[in-house]
Design a protein around this ligand. Structure first.
Ligand SMILES: [Zn+2]
Length: 263
């Protein structure tokens, strides 16, 4: 079996737009890892290829997020069929893609979908109260997040419809008894939303574990503030932050021992 993770660069074989999408998506995988949001080799982050909206990029199933490089990403169509993959015995996780594929098909403006199984995300996903507006960070999601009931691991065509319905127009969804999902108009924005949602869940778990009375802003403040924090109300998210995130990766790569995400 060829499970080498030494992938040659395909930069000269793809369009500049595809290469940029590969760089940004590989960086996003590394950042999700860096901020503690991975689950062994599971989960996916998918991104559309600009100029080729029916083609998406996804990780090889079996690689650590730390190992994912621009050239290792697999090109698939929206149904999950492989269009191109590196010369390797690793493939893609077709059933894992079902969640992503449902959203990419139904929401053409969505460029990127991120799904995680984090400790805090799973914890909040199991709470009947859902995500509470306990902090400025979590207020962003007040009235702007979907909930999807757990239906078991097999995601059939019926469930795809319910996933889309439950996400609605939002960029974030709590998958009950399962984990978190965010999407966005850019890879950068989807990452920013996932970072904020994860931080909101971690804060809620800490607050509830302290077993003290909780205070929350009033409904008039919540609705106004939630609107103010929507991407686009004042600025898109991820634009200002992304170059700093890439500098963080550059510095990390000097000592990580893993190949550069830019390969
Ligand atoms: Zn999952």
């Amino acid at each position: 079996m060829n499970h080498s993770t030494d992938f040659g660069s395909i930069r000269s074989k793809v369009s500049p737009e595809e290469w940029q999408a590969r760089l940004d998506l590989a960086a996003c995988y590394r950042l999700v890892d860096l901020f503690g949001m991975t689950d062994l080799t599971y989960n996916h982050i998918t991104a559309r290829i600009p100029g080729s909206p029916d083609h998406l990029l996804i990780n090889l199933y079996g690689l650590l997020y730390k190992e994912i490089t621009a050239s290792s990403l697999v090109k698939i169509d929206v149904e999950g069929s492989i269009v191109w993959k590196p010369d390797t015995d690793y493939g893609i996780n077709v059933s894992g893609y079902v969640i992503h594929g449902a959203i990419h098909k139904a929401r053409p403006e969505v460029q990127c979908v991120i799904h995680t199984h984090t400790r805090a995300g799973i914890a909040v996903s199991a709470m009947t109260c859902g995500l509470l507006p306990l902090s400025q960070t979590s207020v962003r999601f007040h009235g702007h997040i979907g909930y999807h009931d757990y239906e078991g691991p097999a995601v059939d065509l019926d469930e795809r419809e319910r996933l889309v319905r439950d996400l609605g127009p939002h960029d974030a969804m709590i998958m009950c008894n399962h984990g978190l999902l965010t999407c966005g108009a850019t890879i950068q924005q989807a990452f920013n939303t996932m970072y904020q949602l994860e931080l909101s869940c971690r804060s809620q778990v800490d607050t509830m574990a302290a077993r003290t009375e909780m205070t929350m802003p009033g409904e008039n403040v919540l609705a106004h503030t939630a609107h103010m924090y929507q991407p686009g109300t004042r600025r898109p998210y991820g634009v200002l932050e992304w170059p700093a995130m890439l500098r963080l990766l550059e510095a990390e790569e000097k000592t990580s021992g893993f190949p550069s995400y830019k390969q």
